[in-house]
Design a protein. Structure first.
Ligand code: LLP
Length: 463
C-alpha cells in the first residue's frame, strides 16, 4: 500500500463517524456497472474512459466541471423502455430530467414521445423537430400563453391539473377552432416511499385532483361537457426515485376503478391511462432499481386483470420515465482543488463545482458515489466529503464516500448517475457558470449544451 498523504481520516477497521456509508469498498478502483453508464471502463493505464475517450482527454478538451453523457447508453435505455412496453403502449420521456435539442432528436429517432412541463421545454421540443402530436404538456399552473402555444402547435395531449385549467384549455381550443385531446391528472392517495418533496400522489399537495372525495370524478364531468376538449384518459404520477412496484400497482388499480365509474356514469370508456414516471435508479451500490421490463410486466398484468374484472376494454397505457432513462447515462467530472483532513472526522475534498451543478444532495439529502478517474490508486481508503466551492456549508456534492488516501489537488474525480435533475436544476449561485453537457460516443465528445460564460451572466444583467 502506498503511503497515505492525508493521515487524519479513518482507516479500515477504525470505528467510523456517523454517516450514510457502509464499509469502505473492497476495491476503490472498481467501477460498479450499477451506477456507471455502460461504456464506462477503467483501462490498463488506470484511466477511466467513456465512449472510448479517456476522462483526462475530455477534461483537456472540454474543461471541468462538466457533465459527460454516454449517448450509446442513453439510446439503449430508450430502446429498453420502448421494447418493454411494446407497440400497444407509449413511452413519454420526461424532459424535466434533462432536455436539449440533441436529446429530443435521439428520442425521436428511438421512437419515444416527450413530456414537457413549461413553455421553454415545449419550444426546445418543437425546435428540435419532435412532432407535436408526440408531445404531452404538463404542469399545475400553465399560463394562457403556454396553453395557447401548445394547442396551436397541436400537442398530442394536455394533462389537466385543476378545475380552472379545464375551462381555460377548453376556451383556448374553442377560440383556435380546435378540439384538444386531454387527460385529467388525478391523485390516487398512494404514499410513495421517497423524499417528501418528490412524492406526488398523497392528497395534501399541489398536483392533480383527488380521487377520494370525488374531485377527479367532478373534473371528468366538467371536461366531458366542453366541446373544446376530447377527454382521452386519466393520468397519475405517484412520485420519483421509487424502487417498489407496489405503489404503481395500487395507482393503476385505482385509476382503472375510476374508468369503471366513468363508464357507469357517462357510458364512455376512456381509451388511455398514463401511469407517470418515477422509477428509481442506482446512485450507490446499495440501490437495487427495477428494470423497465419488470415495471412493464407488472403494470400490464394489473391493468389487464382489473379491466377484465370491471368488464372494461383494456386502455392503452403510457408511462413517463425521466430519471430512469437519462440519470444513469452521465457523470459529472470535477477537478480536485483543496483537501482538508479533519481529525477523527473525515477529509473534505473541494471540487471546482458544487451545489450549482448538483443541488440534489442539499435539497433531498441525496446520496451519490464518487471515484478517482484520472488514475488508479492502491492507497488505503479515506473517508471523504466532496464539497463544492460555494459560500455555504451545505454545499455538499457527496456526503460520505471513500477515495484513495493519496488523492491530490489536480486529480480528476467523477460523480456518476448525474444525468437527471442536475443540469436541469443547475443554478448560477455565486455567479457560477453552469457546466456544459458533452455527449460522448464512439471515440469523441461533442458539446450539446455549452458552458456558460461570464458574458452570458453580464448579458442578462441590464441594469
Ligand atoms: N411525469 C410527471 C408528471 C412528473 O411530474 C415527473 C417528475 C415525471 C413524469 C418523471 O419522473 P422521473 O421518472 O424522472 O422520476 N427534482 C427531483 C425530481 C422531481 C420529479 C418531478 N416530476 C429530483 O431531483 O429527484
Amino acid at each position: 500500500m502506498s503511503r497515505s498523504a492525508h493521515p487524519a481520516g479513518p482507516r479500515h477497521g477504525d470505528v467510523l463517524p456517523e454517516g450514510h456509508y457502509s464499509a469502505p469498498p473492497a476495491d476503490l478502483n472498481a467501477l460498479d456497472p450499477k451506477v456507471w453508464s455502460r461504456t464506462v471502463t477503467r483501462t490498463a493505464d488506470g484511466k477511466v474512459t467513456v465512449g472510448g475517450v479517456a476522462v483526462t482527454r475530455l477534461a483537456e478538451e472540454f474543461g471541468t466541471p462538466a457533465y459527460f453523457l454516454d449517448e450509446q447508453d442513453f439510446r439503449a435505455r430508450c430502446q429498453a423502455w420502448r421494447d418493454a412496453f411494446g407497440p400497444d403502449a407509449d413511452v413519454f420521456y420526461a424532459g424535466k430530467a434533462f432536455l436539449s435539442r440533441a436529446v429530443v432528436r435521439w428520442l425521436h429517432e428511438e421512437g419515444l414521445n416527450l413530456d414537457v412541463c413549461s413553455g421553454g421545454e415545449l419550444t426546445t421540443a418543437l425546435d428540435a423537430g419532435m412532432p407535436a402530436e408526440r408531445i404531452a404538456f404538463h404542469g399545475n399552473n400553465k399560463n394562457a400563453e403556454e396553453i395557447e402555444r401548445a394547442v396551436a402547435a397541436g400537442v398530442g395531449r394536455v394533462v389537466l391539473d385543476s378545475f380552472q385549467e379545464i375551462v381555460r384549455v377548453a376556451h383556448i381550443a374553442d377560440r383556435l377552432g380546435k378540439r384538444q385531446r386531454v387527460q385529467i391528472r388525478v391523485t390516487v392517495g398512494v404514499e410513495a416511499h421517497t423524499h417528501e418533496f418528490i412524492a406526488t400522489a398523497h392528497e395534501d399537495q399541489k398536483f392533480g385532483l383527488a380521487l377520494a372525495g370525488g374531485q377527479a370524478a367532478e373534473a371528468v364531468r366538467r371536461a366531458l361537457k366542453l366541446d373544446g376538449l376530447e377527454l382521452i384518459g386519466i393520468h397519475s404520477h405517484i412520485g420519483s426515485q421509487i424502487f417498489d412496484t407496489a405503489g404503481f400497482e395500487v395507482a393503476a388499480r385505482r385509476v382503472v376503478s375510476l374508468l369503471a365509474e366513468i363508464r357507469d356514469e357517462h357510458g364512455v370508456e376512456l381509451p388511455e391511462i398514463d401511469l407517470g414516471g418515477g422509477l428509481g435508479i442506482a446512485y450507490t451500490s446499495d440501490d437495487d432499481p427495477r428494470e423497465p421490463h419488470e415495471i412493464a410486466t407488472a403494470l400490464r398484468a394489473i391493468v389487464t386483470r382489473e379491466c377484465a374484472a370491471a368488464n372494461l376494454r383494456t386502455p392503452r397505457i403510457s408511462v413517463e420515465p425521466g430519471r430512469a432513462i437519462v440519470g444513469p447515462t452521465a457523470f459529472t467530472l470535477y477537478e480536485v482543488g483543496t483537501i482538508k483532513p479533519l481529525d477523527g472526522l473525515r477529509t473534505y475534498v473541494s471540487v471546482d463545482g458544487g451545489m450549482s451543478d448538483n443541488i440534489r444532495t442539499a435539497l433531498y439529502d441525496a446520496e451519490y458515489s464518487v471515484a478517482l478517474v484520472s488514475r488508479s490508486s492502491d492507497a488505503e481508503p479515506m473517508l471523504v466529503r466532496v464539497v463544492g466551492k460555494h459560500c455555504e456549508s451545505g454545499d455538499i456534492v457527496v456526503r460520505d464516500a471513500f477515495l484513495p488516501a493519496d488523492l491530490a489537488p489536480g486529480d480528476l474525480i467523477a460523480v456518476p448517475a448525474t444525468g437527471a435533475y442536475c443540469r436541469s436544476m443547475a443554478s448560477n449561485y455565486n455567479h457560477a457558470l453552469r457546466p456544459p453537457v458533452v455527449a460522448v460516443n464512439e471515440g469523441a465528445g461533442r458539446v450539446i449544451v455549452r458552458r456558460e460564460t461570464e458574458e452570458d451572466l453580464l448579458r442578462l444583467d441590464v441594469g
